[in-house]
Design a protein around this ligand. Sequence first.
Ligand code: ADP
Length: 502
Amino acid sequence: MNLSDIKHLLTERATTFLGRGTHDLFINGQWVAPQSGRRIATLNPATEATISEVASAGPADVDQAVLAAHSALREGPWGRMRPVERERLMLRLADLMEANAQALAEVESIDNGKSAAMARAVDMALAVDFVRYMAGWATKIEGSTHEHSVPFALQAQMVAYTRREPVGVVAAVVPWNFPLMVAIWKLGPALAAGCTVVLKPAEQTPLTALMLAELTQEAGFPPGVFNVVTGDGPGTGAPLVSHPLVNKVSFTGSTEVGKLIGHACVDHMTRFTLELGGKSPVIVLDDCDPATAAAGAANAIFFNHGQVCCAGSRLYVQKKMFDRVVADVADHARQLTLGHGLDPAAQMGPLVSQEQMDRVCGYIDIGRSQGAEVLAGGGRAGERGYFVQPTVLASVRPEHRVVREEIFGPVLVAMPYDDLDEVAAWANDSPFGLGASIWSNNLSQVHRLIPKLQAGSVWVNCHSMLDPGMPFGGYKQSGIGRDMGRAALDAYLETKSVFINV
Ligand code: ADP
């Protein structure tokens, strides 16, 4: 599928952007060719064809971007701007993102494989709302005043207060599953707090970050406030997170890479927040309508092709309803229509890459070899594009790898349980703790279960609900810190205590 074949499906802005073919780095408000001289291709996962080539930034490019962010903060107009001026710029950016939401969604769809309609309704809608939400915080950052009680200076007249200050240069390293939306989760609080940012998008999906750079230019952000370095993890991400002038790293991605980044940050005492993997349980209680629960469970795992850190990938159903609910979920899986993201009839697209498809299919094989029963799906779909069939596995045991490890694809494991204590113990029997959903209308059972669950978000009769004002993040190995909500803003601010002896 060439650009000329799909041009009629695209907005002019998306066509123009994709038509460039080659993209440079965005550093200090300029488009610059990589000093590394290297480029990487980004593919359309539905067709396996190359869409564009982006720069592969090396350490010298990363250094240039961090220096630009550093001097924009220390010397440029940004550091002197009033909160209301930052708010205005952010609101302008949100308006531009909204005006170009369709083009952003189209490019996201072609780069990632997800449905353009879904990208617009979910990714772009949340991204725009989140910029507006965080813009509002810019003028509400406040310290506190104190009546001092310094024990060895009780007689002194002292004014004591705290100031909140931007943490400094932020390195944002983001994954490929919600490329623009997660980038915005980092950019929003960073800008509201008055920080500057170097963003490294995932190598599989770098394009909407570059479109966002164009929009920040149009919105009028001073040069160096927002920079984008494209490239892979070891070549670009690693020198970025270990750069001594980076003051904070905000990362979303795998637990494995999150741990590497945490270690690298400690060397310079760089602040870090990590939003990592998950293996979120979906718990169906015996009072609820089986059809509703099955539809909810199917959506919890198959939304975004299962490439969601809080995907409901473990289904626990009370024993007496197990067969009915799981059969219904398998029916949902079989009925999903697969296709490329610009096809309005497609309900599920390809996985992001060959590597991800192989990994997910590998897990399905591991499940089979450990005795899982395949109730729906079971492998690759078609021969072109990285499509995997929506898959439901039963007859699995708590120690099976498909139950314990994050698969990050459209693969559900289903298990029966007897009572609330048993299901709470199983739900928590995981290194992860990102999300959990409960399906029931029995208020007392629901309220008994909520406190028992070790998860950063609990949803009742819904799954994967995200709101700009609600913190999102993980217990246990699902991460440290929170994205979204006021909690996110705090991670981009330092607190300074001031004592003035008057
Ligand atoms: P996923 O498993 O979802 O692909 P990863 O954790 O591998 O997620 O990648 C998430 C982001 O982290 C990507 O932008 C990737 O390039 C980056 N990354 C990978 N390895 C490193 C590393 N060693 N240092 C910094 N960033 C990295």
